[in-house]
Design a protein around this ligand. Structure first.
Ligand code: PLP
Length: 466
């Protein structure tokens, strides 16, 4: 498996305009453009430029845009009322309230929740929780996890070990868990078996998973982790037809747990009827069958106003853990009252303002206008997505056209549009795509403007490359 280009491009060419040689922040080799103010879907930069944000703050986070006064009010009120209490010492109303809200919105698919601070923490906690379930079930030999390649589940050592993007793992590789196996992550149009139907492709991938289960020995496996819609690893990739029902049937057959990582695709981002991506019929297909045992959330949950993530677990996990005195996982800021109060308000605003309906409608508009506007651009290979979670795949081998998506991202920024670029060839499969995931409050006019600016940027990059 080879990975030739870093799939996350944090350094952009436009960055070089600053007058410092480098940023004091360690991630960045060049000074970044500094955003001094955010309002709705716009960022105002230090140099006076105004940028339209088509990616919710840069990483599909800020689902309500900047400057939401209701959230500010809840934040300040909660700090005034009670800024902090340590979860092991005292409970708090905000965390209890948010947990109840999520359980209710899941139609009780889940019976409990915990709140952490980042997506990576949630993924690690989900794995620990799944492992603990099996230990409490008297099956401590279950130590192996099956994940997919490529996949991104976070950046801390545990989460990095679960995911697989070689360029992200490289220096940390010797430190990563050795109990994780990776099977192919579906990318129907890119793979060489395009002449097969989506259903046949899904069947092939389910056979691969079954072979892996048999190779490891089902009695040694904790479970399988996947994103319902792949985000950063593949530039938004919804599952092919039939995929999750086949996978879930297999997991049931061998008695393995299903962990859905909805850090990026959840909290309403992928549309459907509510907060959870797996409850979108266009993702899971069979809603009675495809239910996860454990689910992670982050990003949109706090919408960038607070740093919060969550791990939800179903009845069997919840009961088993409770039987033996509750869960020992403990972070200082777990179930933080301010984070939970703000997240609850975020979700209430989604519901009160019918924003998931807007996600569906604006998402459909985005995809159809993108298809229309890019019809004459030969380099467009695919426009795909669910809800307001959309990927535009640009043909062009990253060897022939290095960093094509990153160049489009830089050009879009010059043109006043913020998007995300995923560049890289993974296992010989080209992957040059940009992600669009604007705030749920995006207007019809702003969608058209996003499409116009992106199409213009792609065309300008093509002309420059000729
Ligand atoms: N899981 C998925 C699917 C993600 O997309 C991400 C981040 O992009 C993470 C986990 C890690 O979340 P965080 O960056 O908040 O640690």
């Amino acid at each position: 498996m080879t990975n030739t280009v870093h799939p996350f491009n944090t350094d952009t060419d436009v960055i070089s305009e600053g007058n410092k040689a480098h940023s004091t922040l360690l991630n960045h080799t060049k000074p970044q453009p500094i955003a001094i103010e955010g309002s709705g879907l716009y960022f105002m930069l230090e140099d006076g430029r105004k940028i339209l944000d088509a990616i919710s703050g840069g990483a599909a986070v800020n689902c309500l845009g900047n400057g939401n006064k209701e959230l500010t009010e809840v934040f300040v009120n909660q700090i005034n009322k009670m800024a902090f209490s340590y979860h092991q010492s005292l409970g708090n109303e905000a965390a209890e309230g948010l947990a109840n809200y999520l359980v209710e919105k899941s139609d009780e698919d889940f019976k409990s929740a915990v709140f952490l601070n980042s997506g990576s923490e949630a993924v690690e906690a989900a794995i620990k929780l799944a492992r603990e379930y099996w230990v409490k079930m008297g099956q401590p030999q279950r130590t192996q996890i099956i994940s997919r390649f490529p996949s991104y589940h976070g950046t801390t050592l545990g989460a990095l070990g679960v995911g697989n993007i070689p360029s992200r793992r490289d220096v940390s590789e010797p430190l990563l868990a050795k109990n994780v196996y990776h099977v192919t992550s579906p990318q129907y149009k890119r793979q060489s078996y395009v002449n097969k139907t989506e259903e046949e492709y899904s069947l092939r991938l389910s056979h691969e998973l079954e072979e892996k289960i048999l190779e490891i020995g089902s009695e040694n496996i904790i479970g399988f982790i996947a994103e319902p819609v792949v985000g950063a690893a593949l530039g938004v990739m919804p599952p092919p037809k039939g995929y999750f029902p086949l996978i879930k049937k297999l997991l049931n057959k061998y008695g393995l747990l299903l962990i859905f990582d909805e850090v990026m695709s959840g909290s309403g981002r992928s549309g459907g009827d509510g907060l959870f991506a797996y409850k979108n019929k266009q993702i899971s297909e069979d809603l009675d069958l495809v239910k996860p045992d454990i689910l992670t959330m982050a990003k949109g949950l706090g919408s960038g106003y607070v740093c919060i993530s969550s791990v939800l677990s179903n009845e069997k996990i919840t009961n088993k853990i409770r039987e033996s005195g509750g869960w020992k996982n403990s972070h200082t800021y777990q179930n933080h009252p301010v984070n939970c109060a703000v997240a609850r308000k975020v979700l209430e605003i989604f519901e009160r303002d019918n924003l998931i309906t807007s996600v569906n409608e604006r998402g459909e508009q985005l995809i159809s206008e993108l298809k229309e506007a890019t019809r004459d651009i030969e380099t467009i290979f695919d426009v795909r997505g669910r809800g307001l979670f959309v990927g535009v795949e640009l043909i062009g081998s990253s060897t022939l056209t290095p960093r094509l998506a990153a160049r489009v991202k830089d050009k879009a920024f010059e043109n006043g549009l913020l998007i995300m670029a995923i560049s890289g060839t993974i296992d010989g499969v080209e992957g040059e795509s940009v992600i669009l995931a604007p705030a749920y409050t995006v207007t019809k006019e702003q969608i058209s403007e996003i499409v116009r600016l992106l199409a213009k940027s792609i065309k300008e990059v093509i002309i420059e490359l000729d």
